[in-house]
Design a protein around this ligand. Structure first.
Ligand SMILES: Cc1ncc(COP(=O)(O)O)c(C=O)c1O
Length: 368
């Protein structure tokens, strides 16, 4: 370890922050918290809001629900727009919800949005949602959970007018969990000065002020910062356009391969995520039995969360992942289906997946 108040860490922190700003596509301040993604969401809420502030929370799944819960726990006056799980939020519905709040004399101070809902495998049309918010509630802060999207799919913090954007180290950034990265616009800082929700460890102004000296206010997870520095170098060497294309290819290959196996996809195909695919469990199998079979063959997938427990399973394809690895995962799924005598189809998944990937995303991620 290096001293986190010494010159080595200062250089590391400054390099990581400037690289992250390029990935966030922002000129705004960006700070790094030692916390998981949820800590980043909590920081976003408590630095921007006061108890009683009207907030619109747009939820399309379990993580959207969590975001709303954080705001409620700290006393915000939360109006929830609940979208059926598996679907994306409709920009018009968001505009109408904001208009209704304004008409009731409770104009939203902030809108909480999830970019990619990991529990359902749906990516919200964030650019369109942000634009509707800007029109319907020009003064509302746009606070975005971009935890499982940013760095893997196109994202424009400044061009889309996002005030606070949160991501987490274990997702597209390819490093262990433990860091939350968060950007704050000038409007966000002005709101933070007025916001009275309690905060200490997550006081973003303290982080901003320490960063000006090349430090963090509290001892950071130095080891993960080192890893992040290396990962960001790898990502920049590959180039974000190529990274986005690789995720598009992995998403398309996963969806086509699962369908070729006769497995029904869960998400609205118009908004299916390129970082995680949710699919319905084949008839006649418990998730625990399928999971055991897959793990025994070296494949780790995820089950459903919340009300989708026991109904779906999820394939993550975020970060250091290639189409070849998706083909290998499909092969294992096919073998597991055979072993469990599931009504899945044999053969054809790899060919369908390869065709869907269309030659993209096969090459390895550049190594450090
Ligand atoms: C969209 C989204 N939001 C929030 C979280 C919570 O992040 P963490 O588990 O790092 O606290 C996750 C984690 O998977 C997520 O995918």
């Amino acid at each position: 370890m290096v001293n986190h108040r010494g010159p080595e860490f200062k250089a590391l922190l400054e390099r990581v922050v400037s690289r992250l700003k390029r990935a966030f596509r922002t000129e705004n301040d960006l700070v790094i918290l030692t916390a998981s993604g949820t800590g980043g969401l909590e920081a976003a809420v408590v630095n921007q809001l006061s108890a009683g502030d009207p907030v619109l929370s747009v939820s399309i799944g379990a993580f959207g629900d969590r975001f709303a819960k954080i705001a409620m726990r700290y006393g915000a006056d939360v109006t929830k727009l609940d979208v059926e799980w598996g679907r994306a939020a409709e920009p018009d519905a968001v505009g109408e919800a904001l208009a209704a709040m304004a008409a009731a004399g409770r104009g939203a101070r902030a809108v909480l949005l999830t970019h990619n809902e990991t529990s359902t495998g749906v990516t919200n049309p964030l650019e369109q949602l942000a634009s509707v918010v800007r029109d319907a509630a020009p003064d509302a802060l746009l606070i975005v959970d971009a935890i499982s999207a940013l760095g893997a799919v196109p994202f424009e913090s400044d061009a889309w007018g996002l005030d606070v954007v949160v991501t987490g180290s274990q997702k597209s950034w390819m490093v262990p969990p433990g860091l939350a990265m968060i950007s704050v616009s000038p409007r966000g800082w002005a709101a933070a000065e007025r916001a009275t929700m309690p905060r200490f460890y997550f006081d973003l102004a303290a982080h901003r002020d320490s960063l000006a000296k090349g430090e963090t206010p509290w001892t950071p997870a130095v080891g993960i910062c080192f890893a992040l520095d290396v990962a960001l170098e790898m990502l920049e060497a590959e180039g974000y356009e190529r990274i986005f294309a690789r995720h598009t290819a992995c998403g398309a290959a996963t969806r086509a391969g699962l369908e070729a196996l006769g497995i029904e996809l869960f998400a609205d195909p118009r908004h299916a995520s390129d970082t995680v695919t949710a699919a319905r469990l084949p008839a006649g199998v418990e998730w625990s039995a399928l999971n055991r079979e897959l793990r025994g063959r070296g494949l780790v997938l995820a089950g459903g969360q919340g009300k989708l427990t026991g109904q779906i399973f999820r394939v993550g394809h975020l970060g250091a992942v290639t189409v070849d690895e998706i083909l290998a995962a499909l092969e294992i799924l096919e073998q597991a289906g055979e072993a469990l005598r599931l009504p899945t189809r044999r053969g054809g998944a790899a060919a369908a997946a390869s065709a869907a990937a269309d030659g993209r995303g096969r090459t390895a991620v550049p190594s450090a």
